[in-house]
Design a binder for this molecule. Sequence first.
Ligand code: CP
Ligand code: NVA
Length: 308
Amino acid sequence: MKHKDLISIVDLTPKEINQIFKLTKKLKKLHKKRKDHLLLLDKTLAMIFQKPSTRTRVSFEAGMYHLGGYALFLSAQDLQLRRGETIKDTAMTLSRYVDGIMIRTYDHQDVEDLAKYGTIPVINGLSDLLHPCQVLSDLYTIKEKKGRLKKLKVAYVGDGNNVANSWCYGAAKTGMELSLACPSRHQPNEEVVKRASGEAMISGAKINILENPSEAVKDADVIYTDVWSSMGKEGEEAERRSIFYPYQVNEELVSKAKKDVIVMHCLPAHRGEEITDGVMDGPHSVVFDQAENRLHVQKAILVLLLGK
Ligand code: CP
Ligand code: NVA
C-alpha cells in the first residue's frame, strides 16, 4: 500500500481495498488450517486505548501474536498522556520503540497527529469520527456471504455515528448502494457525506440519506445497526432511547427487506434496544462471523503496513 497509515477508508483506492481482501483470504485460510504465517516476526505494535474495547483489543493482540509479533496494550490512563504529555511527543517517543501504533480515541485529530508526528504506521482503531477497521471487516464479510459488493444495497439504521461515517466511505469506494435511516438530529457527518458522495460519482455507488427505516430497508441485501449511544455519549442515553426507539432492528423491520437479507452489527450490542434478541440470534444474523473477520482483515492490514 502506498500509505504509511490507515486512518480512513477515504484514503484507500478500490485496488488497495481489494489487496487487503486478497491477503485477508490467504491469512484466514492459513489460520484455519493452523499453518504458520509469521509475517511480522520481531515486529511490535503499541495499542493505545482511551476507550474500552473487546473486539479491537483482542483481535489486534491475537493477530500480532499469530503473525509472530508482539502487541503492547497501553491504557491511556496509565500513559503520561493522562498527565498532559502531548500526542506529538508520545508519537515521537513511541516511534523510537515500536514498529506501529494502533489508537482508539475520542478526538479524531489525535489519530491524525499521531500519524503526522510519528514516523511509523498508525492505525485508527476508532475515533469519534470514524471506525475504518470495522467497516473494512464488514465489507469483507459481505463479500464472503454474497460473493460481491458492487450494486448490493446496505441499509444502515440508527445513529449517524463513527461507524455510519465509515460506512459512507466504504460504500462509496466499493460501488454499493447505501441508504442511511437516521433521526434528523443524528445524521452522519455532513463533511463525510459530501466527500463520500464525490467518491460515489467515480465508483457508481449511491448514498441516500433518509429518516424512515422502512424506506431504507426496502430491497436491502444487508441491514446494519449500531448502538444508539456511542462511547462518550453516556449522559444522553435516556433521551436517545426515546428518539431512536422507532429505529429498532426487529423482526418486523427485517421482514421488509429482501428474503435473504443479512443483518449486521459491529457489536457490542444493546439487546432489546437497537436490535432484538430474535434478530440478533435469528437466521439472518451474521454478527459473530463479522466479529471474527476483524481478526483476519486487521492481520492483512498489519502485514501490508508493518511488513517488509
Ligand atoms: N466493534 C468494536 O470495535 O468492538 P470493541 O469496542 O469491542 O472493540
Ligand atoms: N459507535 C460505537 C462503536 C463501538 C465499537 C461507539 O463508538 O461506541
